[in-house]
Design a protein around this ligand. Structure first.
Ligand SMILES: [Fe+2]
Length: 306
């Protein structure tokens, strides 16, 4: 019997994609998007995710996201091609979605942002398990993050955040004692990761017509986009940098605590403040707790510091 064509049988399903396993086993982080491998089930998953989300975006997403998603001309029926997305995105802010095989160590991730590249997962969750998965997928990355990258003020904020990673690498390169260097770097990365989490991933913004969502973790979650705005169980506070960098978080349930910014200019200024605090040593002893900083994250900063 003839083998089934690749486009029918293999697929690029999260945690089940041989193409990704293969790239990882060869240490390839930056990859191409083998579009022909998406199965009909993959396209079906995209279609279901996208169409059920549309009315919730209309209701809860901030205006910059809504403008962004229409300017990307995404097709509700098919998994997007990164080249097509970039054709609409790049002329607006210079940003590009760049396909990756999996987790990108912290410094490399932030450095991509500085270069206006967004590391983008190309696999998609199973069509019968749309709700929660711990890994990012192309729906989270392209429908949750990338529309925000069409906005100039937001895009500039990401670049500024990428620059902070360089400031951090430079700062720790001056610490002679190895143990002290690792301890300090762990704290600084933790502070940066928390800031990123409470803004870029889970941020809320005050708008003309009430509280709106701009964080990509919320924008790509059918349940949480509503819960985060409407549930009386969620604590929502104006962002304070000292709080955000010392606040731990857990990733496997709806967030009980969210921070609100006034605008993307406000967010941009906060990143500047984060960098000032970093230079002043105020990120060197943040509160312990999540997120963990692993060996690959530390190594990525130390390699950059050389
Ligand atoms: Fe994300």
């Amino acid at each position: 019997m003839d083998a089934m064509p690749a486009s029918v049988s293999i697929g690029l399903t999260t945690t089940e994609a041989p193409f990704i396993e293969d790239a990882r086993s060869h240490g390839e982080l930056y990859i191409r998007q083998p579009y022909e491998l998406y199965s009909e089930e993959n396209h079906e998953a995209w279609h279901k995710l996208y169409t059920r989300m549309m009315p919730r975006w209309e209701k809860y997403a901030n205006e910059h996201f809504l403008k962004g998603i229409s300017s990307l001309c995404l097709n509700a029926d098919r998994v997007p091609k990164l080249d097509d997305v970039n054709r609409f995105l790049s002329p607006l802010t210079g940003f590009k979605a760049k396909a990756v095989s999996g987790y990108v160590p912290a410094f490399l991730f932030f450095d991509c942002l500085r270069n206006r590249e967004f590391p983008t997962t190309i696999t998609i969750r199973r069509s019968d398990k749309l709700d929660y998965l711990p890994e990012p997928d192309i729906f989270h990355d392209i429908a949750g993050h990338v529309p925000m990258h069409t906005d100039r003020a937001f895009a500039d904020t990401l670049v500024r955040f990428g620059e902070c990673a360089h400031t951090a690498a430079e700062m720790v390169s001056g610490i002679r004692d190895k143990d002290e260097q690792i301890r300090t770097l762990t704290s600084v990365i933790k502070a940066m990761a928390r800031f990123f989490w409470f803004t870029i991933e889970f941020g809320l913004m005050r708008g003309r017509d009430g509280l709106k969502v701009y964080g990509s973790g919320l924008l790509s979650s059918y349940g949480e986009i509503q819960h985060c705005v409407e549930s009386p169980e969620v604590q929502r506070y104006p962002i304070q940098l000292e709080w955000a960098i010392n606040q731990s978080f857990e990733i496997d349930h709806y967030q009980p605590l969210l921070f609100i910014v006034d605008s993307f200019d406000h967010l941009f200024d906060l990143v500047g403040q984060l960098e000032q605090w970093m230079k002043a040593g105020k990120l060197n002893n943040v509160a312990p707790g999540e997120p963990g900083v692993d060996e690959a994250d530390l190594r990525s900063f130390l390699d950059a510091a050389k």
